[in-house]
Design a protein around this ligand. Sequence first.
Ligand SMILES: [Zn+2]
Length: 345
Amino acid sequence: MDKFELYKKYSKEIFLIDSPSGYLHLINKRISELLADIGLKANITNKGTIELFIKGKKSDKKIGVCAHVDTLGLMVRSINSDGTLNVTNIGGPLIPTLDGEYCRVRTRDDKVYTGTILAKSSSIHVFPDSKTQPRDINNIIIRLDEIVKTKDDVLKLGINNGDYVCYDTKLEFTESGFMKSRFIDDKGSVSLLMTMLDVMKKNNEMPEYDTCIYFTNYEEVGTGAAALKDLDEILAVDMGCVGLDLDGNEMNVSICAKDSSGPYNYEFTTRLINLAKDNKLDYVVDIFPFYGSDADAALRSGLDAKAALIGPGVASSHGMERTHKNGILNTISLVELYLFGKMLK
Ligand SMILES: [Zn+2]
């Protein structure tokens, strides 16, 4: 199986599992199983970060590479008297893109109910403002696919405030090499690290230095990698920005020089740029205007490490996202060059 076919295999598993920030038991279980299948034993921390130690050829520094497995989502805020649900957002979804999406309400006793995310004025034949009502968090509701006419009907189903609402990713790979889906940020990067680990094990490769791989949670709400300790370098693999005056695009790996938290480590970032340049990867160096990463969260929590950020260009972020096979493969290559000093076959 070539690398991109392997990538598709992992992403089809990982994108299928609902995992808005904090709803982590299903995804952590499945990723642990997938790691076990390739002979890697992961530990899950109290906070819910999956961590994996890989012995390197040298131990004079310790490397961390992270991607976040949590996604955006919604949560039930309150139940209306007509049996619809008000919601609050988890992270920052582009709310207008949610109008009309199918979803699942997951109760705390593991019942799952389907429904649709809709604007309150959802019928063009009835509501004078059906076209103009703002599609914001205060004007969308969940219509459950159950016969419910009152708040009590909903409560009887076992649905309550604080239940997670998860919506479809709609993952598709096109013949032309595009991957379109919600949550390429950052399940796209989790899948590419899984691909790299799989190839590493098959080839019996060892990283240059002792390495920890982390699949973090709560990144979309700001604290993802905040609990990491004892690393000399931390590389966050997350989506690259596309749009406006940025050079980033879906074909390239973006190397971020600065985001909303300021510049990344100068020496580490320069080393990544040189690796990309010397090995003829398609890459860009960019500034991400409205962006925070797990590397930022780690530094803010007190981690004393050099931090850098790379990732495939992802268009229409936090909405209906898209990237391309070339962006994914360039990113895998850069992570491999960084960890192994060469691209894995
Ligand atoms: Zn992200």
